[in-house]
Design a protein around this ligand. Sequence first.
Ligand code: MN
Length: 510
Amino acid sequence: MFENLEVWWLSGTQLLYGEQVLGQVDEHSNIMIDGINKSGNVPVKIVYKGTVKSAQEAEKLMKDANSAENCVGVITWMHTFSPAKMWIKGLQALQKPMLHFHTQFNTEIPWNEIDMDFMNLNQSAHGDIEFGHACTRMRVNRKVVAGHWTNEDCQKKIGVWARTAAAVADAKNVRCLMFGMNMNNVCVTDGDRAEFEQRLGYHVDYYPVSSLMNYFKQVTDAEADALVEQYKKEYTIKIDESGEEVYWEKVKNAAKAEIAIRRVLADEGATAFTTNFDDLGDADIDSPNFCGFDQIPGLASQRLMAEGYGFGAEGDWKTACLYRSLWIMNQGLAKGCSFLEDYTLNFAGDQSSCLQSHMLEVTPLIAVDKPTLEVHFLGIGIRKQMTARLVFTSKTGMGVKATVVDLGNRFRLITQEVECIEPKPMPNLPVASALWIPQPTFEIGAAAWILAGGTHHSAFSYDITEEYWEDFAEMTGIEYVAINKNTTIPEFKKELRNNEIYYMLNKALR
Ligand code: MN
C-alpha cells in the first residue's frame, strides 16, 4: 500500500555560510533520513530533495512536489538559519501536506569544542522558528514535530503523518458509487457532495441499481460455486433455522451479489460504495420475470470492506469514503477497522456501554475469532428473506470512532475514544457486533457526540488514534473536534461555539 509512495524532505539553509557548510548540511541530512527510513517507524519512504538556498529553489521544489504523483507530502527542516521570506512563494505554491520537523543533527552540545562555526551550522533552534513564523503568518496548515530525529516518539509522529498523507492522497482518487440513493428522510447521511469533493477529494456518484442487476444476472453458477468454496475455507459453516437447502441457496446468491458488486467497482474504477436496503432491484420477488437481489448483499459488504473498499450502509457516502481512508491508514497495523453503527444501550453504572452492530455490515477485520457464516431471517427493508451474513464478536481494548458531518456551512470531523469491552453471550442475536464504553464515560461521551452532531454510523479502528485524525483534518482543512478522557460538557460546548465563530469569520475555510 505504501511501497510506491514517497515523502520529500527539504533542508532549508541559505548561501551566507559558504560551500563547506552547505556540504555538511547535505551530509547530515542524508544520515538523518537514512536513519529514519531504517527505523521502521515511517512506512512511507523519505526521499531527500537537497538543500534549499533561495526563493527560486523553494518554489520549484514545491511545484515539483505538487505534480509528482507518488509524493504524498513534504517535510521541511531548517538546518541553519533560512530567512523565511525566501519560502513565501514556495509555501503559496504547495498543495500537499507539510510536516515541519524541528530537530538538529547532533544530540548534545559539545561543551568543550563548541565555537561560533559549530553554532552557525547547528542553528535549527533559530532557523525553524523563523520558518514557523512565516507559516503561521501565511496560515499554512501543517504538523509541527519537535524533538531529536533518533527519538522514537518523533519518528512515530512522522509515521502517523505519513500514513495520513497517503490516505489523503488516495482520497483524491476515490470514486464512491451509490447503489441507490441515501435512505429517504434520513438527515445525517445527506449533504453536499460537490463541496465534499472540493474539500476532501472524494468523488461520489449515483449508480443505477438496474445496471448492477445486469451484472448480477450474468454471474454464472460456476463462478458462484467457486466463491462459496472460498467461504468454506475462511469461515465456520453454521446451519440452523434455514435448513440446509435454503442455507446453500442463500449463500450462493450472496456470492453472486459479491461477484456482481466487485465487477461493477472494478469496471467503474471505484474504491467505495453504498447500498440501500429499500432498493435492491425489482420490488416484487414473486413476479415472473423478477430481477433483483433476493437478500440484502450484507455478506458482500462485510467482505469487500475487509479488502479496503469503503462502505456505508443506507447510502451513507460520507462514512463510506471515510472508512476507505481509515483502512488505508490502518494498513499493516495490528487490530483492524470497520464500519459500525450505534445500535442499543446497556446501562450498567460506570460500565454503561453501547452495542455496535448493523443489520449485517460489520467487517471481520475486527473479529476476535474466526467468523461463522450463517443464514437467518431478516425482516427489514424491501426483502424480508433468509439472509447470509458473517457473525462474530470483536476484540477488546481502546479504539477511536470517527465521522464527518455536513453542518451546512462546513464539514466537521468528530472522533471519540472508546473502550471495547467483552459482551455477555447473545445467543439470539445473529449479527456481528462490538461493545464499547464512550470516553470519558457513557454519560459525558455520548452527550458530547450528540452535541457535536455526530452520526449513528462511524468508521472505527483500534489502531488509528486521535493523532491521525487531527492530521487528517489539518491536511484537508476541515474542522476537528475530539471527545476523549479529558472532555467535559461545558468546555466542549464552548469549543463548538468558538468554532462556529471561527468558521463564520473564515469563509474561505468553509
Ligand atoms: Mn445503518
